[in-house]
Design a protein around this ligand. Structure first.
Ligand code: FRU
Length: 490
């Protein structure tokens, strides 16, 4: 029997011990990135007594653990929130203006009471104190009011907070000149998918490929996402400093997989470097997945932008940032002509001690002999000698891209569904995939970031071989590249 060591990601951030959920306070302070996160210490690695864990990196990959940044107090647990730099000392809480005036704004949760608190750090973001007499900075007497995200809105010259009125399915917009006094500006919602709770809103202005910018409001919902449990949606629209007005476009999911939630946009980066990190998990089973004393994995850092799409709207696109220096090519299998059903590419060896990346560009035609109603299909099968299989595929007839973790044996749960699928839009003559498998995580991006599918995977033994084959079709490859990704564990 295998232990669980192979489930520890080598590239993605995961806590060395304890339970982790949402990313919090993502911030670039001019030199380093801060990743704070919802953290429950303790050997059981389940949610509770939440504080802010903390890690630091220069590059969003080589994270160094730092001490707990915000603790649970008599005023409650430290739920999700954000961090920012109060350069000008608008709050008056620092000795003067300064590039290291780090402020955290977050929810304290106690006995069904949720309100927004502010703490400052005088040591570069390591330790935070709640200045006497100012907290809570925003309290509406609610038990369902959480996850503030704050940014400076230059055109109106003030700080803007978006925060979830969770059970009411509304996002509150507040404005402030000093981060201490907040004035209600407007509300958004109920809109889109409601679920039971709205959580973890973000409002960010993103660049459109080819020029222009547009505002994006991201809202996570739990439970009640289309895949079951927790999931995130976004709205593209306009923000005038007071009110967000969505464009008329249909529902937009941020990720088509089962395990992507609570994404937060990094504060302190220009729009052409806009970056988000999400939590690879689902509230339906995140506290029950196999554990050796730790649970919870973050997504890789994803660059964020907008692309004009075939529906006449704007789609969010996500690009994994900063992978280039970590890539070590392990195979460029030769595909001289097309891949046919009788010539599978088998037994490509996978490193078991590192994350792997598969880059693919292909087109797939159905053969005339394809069974009625079913066209060609390309399958990527990651497996092992124990007979476990993780399959990722594309169906020519339905244009669906899918992942299937049903033949992995390390975890089962009534809500740990096997398959995720999404249909590609008309731009699909060539299918372009980026797939990263790292310990218990699988991230897939398709069509240069227009589709994202993230899933947790729990093989009982390492997946050490890859087979690629087609059924009832013929695939031609423009790219087929397998890379080992260097470990960034510090
Ligand atoms: C989202 C969430 C937030 C809350 C935090 C508690 O996953 O439920 O709404 O602040 O987690 O840990």
């Amino acid at each position: 029997r295998h232990g669980l060591g192979h489930l520890r990601p080598k590239l993605h951030f995961s806590p060395s011990a304890g339970f982790m959920n949402d990313p919090n306070g993502l911030l670039h302070d001019g030199e380093r990135y801060h990743l704070y996160y919802q953290f429950a210490p303790g050997p059981l690695a389940v949610h509770g007594h939440i504080c802010w864990g903390h890690a630091l990196a220069e590059d969003l990959y080589h994270w160094h653990d730092a001490p707990t940044a915000i603790r649970e107090t008599a005023d409650g647990q430290a739920f999700s929130g954000c961090a920012l730099i109060d350069h000008r000392n608008d709050s008056g809480l620092f000795a003067g203006p300064g590039p290291q005036n780090i402020v955290a704004i977050y929810t304290r949760h106690r006995d069904g009471r949720q309100n927004q608190w502010l703490a400052i750090s005088q040591d570069g973001g390591l330790d935070f104190e709640e200045p006497a007499g100012i907290n809570p900075v925003l309290d509406i007497g609610s038990d369902s009011f959480r996850d503030p995200k704050v940014f400076f809105h230059a055109p109106s010259g003030r700080w803007i907070m978006v925060v979830a009125l969770a059970r009411a399915h509304r996002i509150g917009f507040y404005g402030s000149g000093d981060l201490l006094h907040w004035q209600a500006l407007s509300e958004f919602g109920p809109e889109g998918m409601l679920g039971i709770d709205y959580e973890c809103p973000n409002l960010v202005e993103l660049d459109i490929e080819g020029g222009g910018r547009r505002w994006v409001l991201i809202i996570s919902i739990n439970p009640g996402a289309p895949q079951g449990g927790s999931g995130s949606q976004y709205f593209v629209g306009d923000f005038d400093g007071e009110r967000f007005v969505p464009d008329p476009q249909g529902l937009r999911l941020l990720d088509a997989g089962k395990d992507h939630y609570a994404i937060q946009v990094v504060e302190g980066l220009p729009s052409d470097q806009a970056t988000g990190i999400g939590w690879l998990g689902n509230w339906q089973y995140c506290q029950e997945v196999p554990s050796e004393g730790w649970r919870g994995v973050m997504t890789l850092p994803r660059g964020l932008g907008l692309r004009r799409d075939w529906m006449g709207g704007l789609s969010l696109v996500q690009h994994v940032r900063g992978l280039e220096p970590l890539r070590v090519p392990i195979a460029r299998p030769r595909i001289d002509s097309s891949l046919m059903p009788d010539q599978p590419l088998t037994d490509l060896d996978l490193p078991v001690d590192a994350a792997v990346e598969l880059l693919l560009r292909f087109h797939l035609e159905s053969l005339p002999t394809a069974p009625p109603g079913r066209g060609g299909r390309l399958v990527l099968c990651f497996g092992n000698a124990q007979g476990e299989r993780l399959e990722i595929g594309y169906d020519a007839a339905s244009h669906q891209l899918w992942t299937d973790r049903g033949e992995l044996r390390g975890f089962s749960h009534p809500f740990f569904s096997q398959r995720s699928a999404i249909a590609l839009g008309p731009d699909r003559r060539e299918v372009r995939l980026q797939l990263i498998i790292d310990g218990c995580s699988l991230e897939m991006l398709a069509q240069d970031g227009e589709y994202s599918m993230s899933s947790m995977i729990y093989p009982a033994a390492p997946l050490d071989r890859l087979a690629i084959y087609v059924e009832a079709g013929q695939a031609g490859f423009g790219q087929l590249e397998l890379n080992r990704l260097q470990s960034t564990l510090t």
